[in-house]
Design a protein around this ligand. Sequence first.
Ligand SMILES: C[S@@+](CC[C@H](N)C(=O)[O-])C[C@H]1O[C@@H](n2cnc3c(N)ncnc32)[C@H](O)[C@@H]1O
Ligand code: SF4
Ligand code: SF4
Length: 335
Amino acid sequence: MTTALSPLKRGLTWAECVLKFAGRYLLLSFQPSHWKPTTSPEVAVENTSVCNARCIFCANGIMERPRIAMKEEVFRKTVDEAILLGSQVIDFSVMIGDPLLDRKLLERARYIKAFPQVREMGMTTTLQWLHLFDLDEFFQCGFTWVAVSTTLSGRERYRDFFGVDKYDQMLVNLQALLNENNRRNKPIKILITIKPTPEPRRDILNHPDFKLVLSLTSQNLRKMVKHEAFFVFDWGGAVRLPSYLRLHPLWPRKRRPCGRLLRHLMVYSNGKVGACNCVDFEASSDLILGNVEQDSLVDMWHGARLKQIQSDWRSGKSIPRVCQLCRMYRAGPAN
Ligand SMILES: C[S@@+](CC[C@H](N)C(=O)[O-])C[C@H]1O[C@@H](n2cnc3c(N)ncnc32)[C@H](O)[C@@H]1O
Ligand code: SF4
Ligand code: SF4
């Protein structure tokens, strides 16, 4: 699952974050094996780049590439080649979009599930559109995790953050998902991520909707809200953030290739393939390795271009432009 919270969001203090970073930075520098890419990457599939919402911190509002569902042949080629690569994790981790806005989502999930080597398949979603699917079918199609992006302090806060009036529907869907998951003995790992809103923490903790959701999950939502930091990223400087949000620190990175670059591939809805699934929302950065419509995922993962990016970074020759100011940089392994 690639949605792990950052140390800041896990509630570590600044001093702990710095110490942790420094420890990793030093220790891992002396382990050459650490800088070796994994043999089988995790593959993020952007099954659709369509999203109805306009979150205040998201690049959706400024994205210029077409908002489209991935073509079926592109989807199948992606999955088939990920399987050839030995990938055990294939997620609907879209860069921009909402996986539930793809009407073929469940069919596609079943296609992935049919390969026994796949041990993880999940998605990050607002859950605003879960009601479009049959819940029983949803639970049978093989998802191992679902990360839900939301707020739980009322309709207005939600609308201010997400830019759409879909709170009531989201809440109905979230309760349905949690209840059904509990009834079935939790086959899906559900991770609720509460987005930062400009209100006192106690207002969230005391909100009846927060309490209701809290009663349906074993996740420590209180801790998340209490420690919930306002630290976010700005999509490489492309998005102007409201002043109450704070940017993740820019950790030093010279000669230390980002952990994500060694473990992930991102396939966009238009077939383009990126070496990272984090901030290149236009699919136009120097991390783009090709297009799965013409090129093979296997060749791109083992190819000269990706190796060059990794070795140029490690040797100090160059760091990809998009990575230089990226706030999602990882000094260590991404998992
Ligand atoms: C880009 S969205 C795509 C999936 C889906 N639309 C959603 O929002 O859950 C993936 C995750 O990135 C988060 N996100 C978007 N912009 C962000 C930012 N500037 N800083 C931190 N997280 C961000 C979203 O809240 C969401 O949890
Ligand atoms: S964060 Fe997700 S829901 Fe919000 S605008 Fe971006 S893609 Fe849409
Ligand atoms: S630095 Fe940022 S853009 Fe570059 S690989 Fe890491 S997360 Fe991706």
